[in-house]
Design a protein around this ligand. Structure first.
Ligand SMILES: Cc1cc2nc3c(=O)[nH]c(=O)nc-3n(C[C@H](O)[C@H](O)[C@H](O)COP(=O)(O)OP(=O)(O)OC[C@H]3O[C@@H](n4cnc5c(N)ncnc54)[C@H](O)[C@@H]3O)c2cc1C
Length: 369
């Protein structure tokens, strides 16, 4: 997290995020043969962008998902969050002007407004904007993830994220901080897939099956020892297909009573590490517009949600495009339909030398709210 962390700091959660996250010192990108293509000094780059600095701390961390969720949940009043409540239906209620929600457990709730933060396969989106073109699109890219208990890293490798490019695969490894400060080693292997998957969930959760497939792929594509050893030590494994959802589709209902944020509005491939950062900024921006509605600066709810959509659409669309482009580059050399790997390696080497890669990273991270 980077821009999202900086925005959470504005909401008073800066200290909590600093405590829960592990600072990212640098991102090193190498070919499997060890040729360094790019080395971004993240602390220095982020420190130069004032909106990413909180009380002298550059806001760029690795953090396990449950740890970030805990920081957010702990900041809310008890009872605000209800779990095990799956939304299955949503209807605008003419007599009251509200929105009627139906849940899987048979209960109903009449509310003033619905914010659909329910992810890439959003039920709020499907119910509000039925019709074709509302399903996420498969990017023909797959990711295998492994997680291991963390270990003490050599000081020169601590807080570094490593990217490795081989013929047809891209590997990312790094240490992430989890609940109660516990370190975890995280590993992701990205590769192109030339099958168009029809499978709705399109994921595999059988750890051993994914691990064996991953080890085979690492060996076939010549990934280095560091990656293979990390993969061998991982116990938790899963595989997902990468999907995106075009951000240019509408995010707000005509009445303004239903609005989408985060992946529900603009799911993107994770190659810039911006999905959650942008989701947090959406929430902040929508919150701002609703408070302007409350204070009378904005006249109607419809105007407030439209102002949110206008402000967020351009930056999220740009990041979405860049992430898709990076996904295509990073899976170069992966067979039919992919770019030759020398194009990818030359691209990263050149953009690194020119300082463009660092600029793209900081621009993507800089909050636009
Ligand atoms: C492998 C991977 C790596 C990533 N790395 C990064 C990164 O480094 N940095 C970054 O910023 N982003 C990253 N992302 C992207 C990030 O995870 C997402 O963009 C982010 O989680 C989106 O948040 P969200 O709240 O919109 O949706 P989600 O996190 O998907 O949350 C949606 C929630 O809604 C709930 N829900 C869904 N349907 C219903 C329903 N019908 N009723 C009730 N609840 C429902 C779900 O259970 C879930 O809790 C990564 C994503 C992946 C897959």
């Amino acid at each position: 997290v980077n821009g999202g962390a900086a925005v959470l700091a504005r909401l008073g959660l800066g200290e909590e995020i600093i405590k829960a996250g592990l600072p990212v010192k640098s991102v090193r990108t190498r070919t499997a043969q060890g040729w360094e293509l790019l080395n971004i000094d993240v602390q220095k780059a982020v420190a130069q962008e004032p909106s990413l600095v909180y009380k002298g701390t550059p806001m760029c961390f690795t953090i396990m998902r449950d740890s970030l969720q805990k920081v957010l949940a702990d900041s809310l009043d008890e009872g605000t969050i209800q779990t095990n409540k799956r939304l299955v239906g949503l209807k605008h209620d003419e007599p009251t002007g509200g929105v009627r929600l139906t849940f899987e457990d048979g209960t109903e709730e009449l509310v003033d407004m619905v914010i659909g933060a329910d992810g890439i396969r959003s039920t709020v989106k499907k119910e509000t904007f039925p019709g074709p073109g509302r399903d996420p699109t498969y990017a023909n890219i797959r990711i295998q993830f492994g997680v291991a208990e963390g270990w003490e890293r050599a000081p020169e490798y601590a807080q570094e994220l490593h990217q490795w490019f081989s013929e047809g695969t891209y590997a990312l490894s790094g240490q992430y901080r989890g609940l109660e400060g516990k370190p975890f080693e995280m590993f992701a292997l990205v590769f192109a897939d030339d099958n168009d998957s029809e499978d709705a969930e399109n994921s595999k959760w059988e750890p051993n099956e994914v691990k064996q497939d991953c080890l085979r792929r690492l060996s076939e594509t010549g990934q280095p020892k560091e990656v293979v050893e990390l993969c061998q030590r991982c116990e938790r494994f899963f595989e997902i297909g990468v999907f995106y959802y075009p951000s240019l589709n509408p995010w707000t209902s005509p009445s303004g009573k239903t609005v989408l944020i985060g992946d529900a509005a603009h799911a993107m491939p994770p190659f810039l590490g911006q999905g959650a950062n942008q989701a947090i900024q959406d929430a902040f921006c929508l919150g701002q517009k609703l408070s302007e509605l409350k204070s009378g600066e904005i006249a109607t709810l419809k105007d407030a949600v439209k102002a949110y959509e206008r402000q967020r659409k351009l930056p999220t669309s740009a990041i979405q495009l860049e992430s898709r482009f990076l996904g295509i580059l990073e899976t170069a050399g992966g067979g039919s339909g992919t770019l030759p790997s020398f194009v990818r390696d030359s691209f990263f080497f050149t953009t690194g030398k020119l300082g463009v890669a660092e600029k793209v990273f900081v621009t993507g991270a800089t909050p636009t709210v």
